[in-house]
Design a binder for this molecule. Structure first.
Ligand SMILES: [Zn+2]
Length: 546
């Protein structure tokens, strides 16, 4: 299943009568598009020329293919090359390897994609946590000089193999234990090849301001541009610090001072990550095996409970943990969709009444036991001990989502992998990120204009990542095109029923070939690796013969 189209440099595709939104933010205009091979050759009126294939785009918007710079698709691209959730959301190029986690060998990764084919184009980071795991394992210890030399060599090789830069995930282990100096030293290697620094910051809540400072410092001292990932602000922190104007203000001030920094965002009021992020940081600071011992040691558990009480009750004034909902739990799939308050109730029922909790829950919800904060912390610890779970956290307000979306530096990005249709209770961003911006925020709420939304999905991410032949509809650019109905485009995926594709995206063209034609997947796999700047430098050096 799935075909890599045999590349024909003379293959022509004509798209007629569309409303062209060119990706630069200009107002739409009526026009046609002539594509030959994998390139756009003409924009405007193409006249009587007949394409081998023709698309009538009357009533539809013709835009550059959407570029999603924050994804976690990684090896899923090889396993599920159709990437249907991305294609049906208008995406033609993804950047994966974010938040510190990537493939280990970028050359092998790209070779596999070239061999298997993919519906979409793929670029990747080398991940800081992945590097640390390779050179020192999962613990907290600082890198020894030998380990640092190995880590630098990994970054160097990854950049020459075509990584776009290095990503960090500083709430995850082992990266969370790395001081900024260690990150800067590694990022300098990526910077030599023109690599960008992308960061899931050390903190996205009460300590967000120093975390932004740290990301900016890495960019300054490593001398490279910075992408701050999934920029967001929880409600309680927004109230404390004066809203998104404060966090955005920091970034804008850095740019005004000459530092190149970019942002991306997924357009939802809930975030998503692993449940172990709810535990105190120290639990995992000696690696997985030691953490497992700690999670089973009553004395250590008592210490965790005390720290969690401090974090959730004293510092953040949480009345309960109902804002956190289990998305996927391998050890107990029935928990998917339950929030942690309910999970604690279920665990209590199981203790009281082995095996009958499901029946009790559905037949008599009023008879559910009350649970304490400690019961809820214990549920987090129990699930972590049994292999963990992914969670969705409902912590944000529309106000901050919209304030961030209005900032001109913000690109739209999903923070998603390739979805297994029907499996688990994942965050809806994997199905509906772009459609939600175009439907909910453009058409319904008028938060930003259609042209600006398309710019945030195309030429802006292309500029930040130096994909200088994608992201605009111009002669000579790669023929990645997304055609949608501006009146009906919408996200259907919800937190309750996530497995629903976006609607209104009608045609998606990747490297000159349709992967979505009139709303149907074509099973073509014309996507390719998109190489970072280091690959070209390596080729130049090799070509010079020295
Ligand atoms: Zn992240």
């Amino acid at each position: 299943m799935g075909v890599k189209p045999k590349f024909d440099p003379k293959h022509t595709l004509v798209i007629r009568n569309g409303r062209i939104v060119d990706g630069a933010g200009n107002g739409w205009f009526y026009g046609d598009l002539l594509i030959r091979g994998d390139r756009i050759v003409q924009v405007g009126a193409v006249g009587p020329v007949k394409g081998a294939q023709e698309i009538d785009a009357r009533g539809l918007v013709v835009a550059p293919g959407f570029i999603d710079v924050h994804t976690h698709a990684d090896r899923d691209v090889v396993r599920s090359p159709f990437a249907e959730n991305f294609v049906r959301d208008g995406v033609t190029t993804i950047v994966t390897g974010n938040c510190g986690g990537s493939e280990k060998n970028i050359a092998t990764y790209f070779a596999n994609i070239r061999q298997r084919g993919a519906a979409i184009n793929v670029a990747t980071f080398i991940g800081h946590n992945t590097i640390l795991e390779m050179v020192k394992g999962g613990g907290a210890a600082a890198l020894t000089p030998e380990q640092m030399a190995k880590a630098k060599a990994i970054v160097d090789q990854a950049m020459r193999d075509g990584a776009v830069g290095m990503s960090t995930g500083l709430i995850y282990r082992p990266g969370m234990y790395s001081p900024p100096e260690e990150i800067i030293e590694l990022q300098k290697v990526a910077a030599r090849y023109g690599g960008i620094y992308a960061s899931h910051m050390r903190n996205e809540a009460g300590e967000i301001l120093p975390a932004i400072d740290e990301a900016l410092r890495v960019g300054r001292e490593a001398n490279c541009r910075v992408e701050i990932s999934h920029f967001k602000l929880p409600r309680d922190v927004a109230q404390q610090i004066g809203g998104a104007a404060t966090t955005l203000g920091k970034v804008l001030a850095a740019r005004a001072a000459g530092e190149e920094v970019w942002l991306d965002q997924y357009p939802y009021t809930a975030s998503s990550t692993t449940i172990t992020a709810m535990l105190p940081d120290w639990v995992y600071d000696h690696g997985n095996a030691e953490a497992k011992k700690r999670l089973n040691d009553p004395q250590q558990v008592a210490k965790m409970l005390a720290d969690m009480k401090h974090n959730y009750e004293d510092a953040r004034h949480r009345p309960n943990l109902g804002y956190a909902v289990i998305a996927n739990c391998k050890s107990d799939p029935t928990l998917a969709g339950r929030n942690l308050y309910e999970v604690a109730q279920i665990f209590k029922l199981r203790e009281q009444n082995k095996g009958k909790e499901v029946e009790l829950l559905s037949s008599n919800p009023d008879k559910l036991p009350d649970v304490s904060m400690e019961d809820q912390y214990r549920a987090v610890i129990d699930i972590s001990r049994n292999g963990g779970a992914s969670c969705v956290f409902h912590t944000m307000d529309e106000q901050e989502v919209e304030d961030i979306l209005r900032c001109p530096l913000v690109s739209v990005a999903s923070d998603s992998g390739i979805r297994d249709f029907g499996i688990g209770q994942p965050h809806p961003r994997g199905y509906g990120t772009n459609a939600r911006v175009l439907g909910h925020y453009v058409r319904e709420r008028h938060t930003i204009s259609l042209e600006d939304a398309v710019r945030k999905m195309t030429s802006q991410p292309a500029t930040a990542f130096h994909f200088f032949d994608r992201g605009l509809l111009r002669p000579g650019y790669v023929a990645d095109v997304t055609i949608f109905d501006p009146d009906t485009v919408a996200d259907k995926s919800t937190f309750e029923k996530p497995h629903q594709y976006a609607v209104g995206i009608r045609f998606v063209v990747v490297n000159g070939y349709e992967v979505l034609a009139n709303g149907e997947m074509t099973e073509l796999l014309p996507g390719k690796p998109v190489l970072g700047p280091g690959a070209k430098m390596a080729a130049v050096v090799m070509g010079s013969g020295r």
